[in-house]
Design a protein around this ligand. Sequence first.
Ligand SMILES: Nc1ncnc2c1ncn2[C@@H]1O[C@H](COP(=O)(O)OP(=O)(O)OP(=O)(O)O)[C@@H](O)[C@H]1O
Length: 352
Amino acid sequence: MITFESVTKRYPDGTVAVDRLTLEAPTGRITVFVGPSGCGKTTSLRMINRMIDATEGRILLDGVPVQGIDPPTLRRGIGYVIQQAGLFPHRKIVDNIATVPYLLGWDRKKARATAMELLERVGLDPALAGRYPFQLSGGQQQRVGVARALAADPPVLLMDEPFSAVDPIVRTNLQDELLRLQSELNKTIVFVTHDIDEAIKLGDQVAVLQVGGRLAQLADPKTLLSEPADDFVREFLGQDRGIRRLRFISTAGLRLRTDLTVAEGFDGSSPERWLLVVDGDGRPLGWRSSDRPEELEPFGTFVHGTDSMRAALDAALLSPSGCAVAVDERGRAVGVATRQALDEALAEAADG
Ligand SMILES: Nc1ncnc2c1ncn2[C@@H]1O[C@H](COP(=O)(O)OP(=O)(O)OP(=O)(O)O)[C@@H](O)[C@H]1O
């Protein structure tokens, strides 16, 4: 666990970057620092590994004040990932990843073997090991940056806007990958971003900072969205706060209709305006409307019980039928969530 005890950072020119910050980043969890530019996110992060020293207050790592630990020893247990990866340009990828193991004096063979394992772990092709950083895409470099930070298996990982410099699709992949890795590794992660969506997606808890380095709110994402502490947080969360909340509402209780599904080739009549046509394996093929039964209309799916209400609504909006197709993990239709069912679930969510 990382504990901030009334930590203040005043730079020599008098700027107060962090103002009496008190919070705990629990072991094995992702804590996100989010806030507008200049609110002290990076300063707070760097005080953990003593790249910057606090002016007042204490930061404790599992109860031990970091100020009492010499920086090289401290940093051995703390991985650090920054924007644009910060790789050494003249070192091959494998040697970039093995940087800390080499510094720790590991046998070169063992260090390289670990690096190769990590390369795969972060979703990269081992064939990239012999390349130089400039021969990789931005997203690939960022993955190497994560692998390098994990190389000596540190319990703590500090990540400073690690995914900011890549395009939105790559960014989404990197976020998903981080969550997957974290479910295996259970590191204590402190993650800095200015992007509230990223904070809500990744954080087990989110610390919203305000310019002047004051903590505006510390909460889990769901609570943050439903109970913002003040106007600053409400404004920072943006106008689609309600839509984002849908991500935390399960589709497990969504009522499904199973009588709207027909097999391919069905040419009978039905009082229903829309019927879902499925193939021999039960996979959806499209919606058949009673007006134009010869054509199949587009559909959207969500995994019932696994995906959130946000995914279910998204699926409904993708189709002219206005209904969302519920599928199982293998993509087979298990039923249809009609507008009425979605409406009921939304009404319940609004009450809760
Ligand atoms: N070395 C320094 N000397 C003086 N002021 C500094 C120094 N480094 C940062 N600051 C100031 O401290 C405040 C917090 O900076 P910090 O980099 O921690 O913010 P941030 O939230 O990470 O911002 P950004 O999202 O723009 O990176 C800002 O007002 C910044 O100008």
